[in-house]
Each structure stands twice: as structure tokens, then as C-alpha cells.
Design a protein around this ligand. Sequence first.
Ligand code: GAR
Length: 201
Amino acid sequence: MKKRLGILLSGRGSNFEAIADNIAAGRLEAEIAVVISNRPEARGLEIARQRGLTAVCIPSKGLDREVYDRMVVAELRQHQVDLVCLAGFMRLLSAYFVREYNLAILNIHPALLPSFPGLDGQHQALEHGVKVSGCTVHFVDEYLDHGPIIVQRAVPVLETDTVETLSARILAEEHQAYTDVIRIVLSGKWRLDGRRVVIEP
Ligand code: GAR
């Protein structure tokens, strides 16, 4: 049986699209069971609908974090989701959510964590003056961009870069790295040694 992914997003949805494209092209053995957004206007929801996927909006505005997360987890359970992929989902998860999907929630961040967590990682990196940045895919815990790191991809920061050009270079890596990590995690060929994710050959 194919493993079932639940995608959570808040906006554009290009990482979600890359995952969906890789599944469609046979590069990733999995299926997208549901796409959930906390924002009704998220372009990612529209893309999901166009692709004939189940797309659900659960607005988060004004709701207590755990109350909201219980609604999301119920939706994920209803669609028998095995692995939750945060793809530009701009919310912290509660301890409840993290417990319910223990070591089965992934996030992608556009910087080399633990540098530049939170919003606008690319802007933070550029402002700081680093010469190398990139993206990180990690397991999610209840802290911001914090859980065990699975894969990182580095890109150079050029003298001529703007936030836009750096973001585009990082995004191209994000689109490949996320699928690679989903494949690794679903294969089960990894273990946790403290905070270290050890990937078996
Ligand atoms: C991506 O760059 C992702 O790494 C970032 O949001 C963007 C979403 O783009 N996530 C974070 O900053 C999480 N802290 P997308 O909607 O096109 O996939």
C-alpha cells in the first residue's frame, strides 16, 4: 500500500507542487491524501483542486493553538495520513499535534538551520552577510524550525544577490530536497541518535 501524505500549507504551494509532480512522474512512491490550508486564499489550495486532490481549508484565525491542531489532526486521521509535510505552513504546532504524529511531521525551511529560523530566512541570511545559505528539511517538534535535521542543501550567496535571486536559488534546491527526504523517511532506513538523524545506505 502506498503511504499517504498530508500536506499543510499557507500560501503559494510550490513545494507541494514539486512533490505532486514527482509523484506523478514516478519519482516518489506515495500518494497525497489531503492538502490542508489555514488560509482560504492560499494559492496552494487552488492548485490542489485543479489537480483533483482533496483540498480542505481550516481557517486558524482567532483559534487557540491546540483547539486548531485538534481539528487538523482529526482531518488528517480521517484521510488516514501516514506522514505530514509542512510546505510553507506558517504556524507553530502544539505539543498535542507533535505527539499525535511523533517523528512523522516534516518541515522545510529556506536557510541552513539553526541559522535564520522563522520568517524570511533568505532575507535574514542576506542581511547577515553569510556567503553560503540553503535549505533544511527536518522533523518537526513544538519549537520554531527546531527538530532533528534530515537533509540540508547549500547554495552560494553571490555579491550581486537580492532576496529574490537568492530565494529562487534556494527554492530550486527545496523542490528536490523535500522529495528526497520524503523518500528516505518512508523507506524507514534511518534512525535517531540523540538529535542526529542517521540515514542508512
Ligand atoms: C518556502 O521557501 C519554505 O521553505 C518556506 O516558505 C516557502 C513556501 O513556499 N517556509 C518557511 O519559511 C518555514 N519557516 P511554497 O508555498 O511555494 O512552497
